[in-house]
Design a binder for this molecule. Structure first.
Ligand code: C2E
Ligand code: CA
Ligand code: CA
Ligand code: CA
Length: 271
């Protein structure tokens, strides 16, 4: 049995080595991508539930890893955070997004995701200021999306950084709401401009009364704090119907538009 256990531990260690090697390889490719501008951006539309009008676009990072194909940011962002590349990647995303949006034919808002490690540094404030100055994007057209996990790491500092950014005229949304630990406390300690209801609620919203009750409570919370709530991950018109009936103000999801390039001509036709 001892020999068998040793062998199993050995396999386990080999697998750990393999995973660590793979992460190192991804990290190396990420650094190369930073130097060669190997990333690009996708935009996903956000719409008013009542009027159907476009309220903004979320900016989503895309990476075609050489020799491997497209890799999800959900997989490579944690590696970028681990290897220290997130600062440079975050700076690229912010400046590329603001530069692109400043050249759009319509002055829509853009929502840029910000990692917890970026939030932990006061340099983020100067970076946002610098990018706005350089690209000429009006501050009110920029929104930063932060998760509660990002704020929890160093709560005081994160909230101070956010206050300074908000003072520039940039708005702040709380992302993936309803999945964190201390949702109510976070909402109480900072004047967020938007609550983004996590997409994990959507699949059940049509037939599950409990999921509907939670959404109703979050919408009531938003209402009493005068903070608009945007529902993420809306895939069916039945889900949209429930959200509309419950008084949700904004939505985002495959039903309304997949992340991609913006078809400005198509938009003008439908406007
Ligand atoms: P997120 O901020 O929650 O972004 C929304 C994710 O949901 C996107 O995945 C989007 O493609 C996906 N999505 C949108 N509509 C639907 C829908 O109707 N159904 C389903 N099932 N999914 C939908 P994506 O682009 O793979 O990004 C994953 C995560 O990676 C993001 O989650 C965000 O946390 C992170 N991320 C993406 N871009 C950046 C970035 O520039 N910086 C940082 N720090 N993180 C980023
Ligand atoms: Ca987001
Ligand atoms: Ca989200
Ligand atoms: Ca997420």
């Amino acid at each position: 049995a001892k020999a068998e256990l040793d062998q199993r531990i050995c396999y386990y260690e080999q697998e750990m080595d393999e995973a660590a090697r793979e992460r190192r390889a991804v990290a190396k490719d990420l650094w190369t991508a930073i130097e060669t501008e190997g990333f690009h951006l996708a935009y996903q539309v956000q719409k008013s539930v009542t009027t159907g009008r476009t309220t903004g676009y979320e900016v989503l990072l895309r990476w075609n890893r050489p020799g491997h194909g497209p890799m999800s940011p959900a997989d490579f962002i944690p590696i970028a955070e681990e290897c220290g590349a997130i600062g440079a990647i975050g700076a690229w995303v912010l400046s590329a997004a603001c530069r692109e949006a400043a050249a759009w034919p319509e002055p829509h808002k853009i929502a840029v995701n910000v990692s917890g490690l970026q939030l932990a540094q006061f340099e983020l404030v100067d970076m946002v200021k610098h990018v706005l100055d350089q690209t000429g994007l009006a501050p009110h057209r920029l929104e930063l999306e932060v998760t509660e996990t990002a704020i929890i790491a160093d709560r005081k500092r994160a909230l101070a950084v956010l206050s300074n950014i908000k003072a520039l005229g940039v708005s702040i949304a709380i992302d993936d709401f309803g999945t964190g630990y201390s949702s109510l406390d976070t909402l109480r300690s900072f004047p967020f401009d938007k609550i983004k209801l996590d997409r994990s609620f959507m699949p059940e919203v049509e037939h599950d009364e409990q999921a509907k009750a939670i959404i109703r409570a979050i919408l009531a919370l938003g209402k009493s704090l005068s903070v608009p709530v945007l529902a993420e991950g809306v895939e069916t018109s039945a889900q949209l119907d429930v959200l509309r009936a419950e008084g949700c103000t904004e939505a985002q999801g495959f039903l309304l538009g997949r992340p991609g390039v913006i078809d400005w001509d198509g938009m003008r036709r439908s406007a």
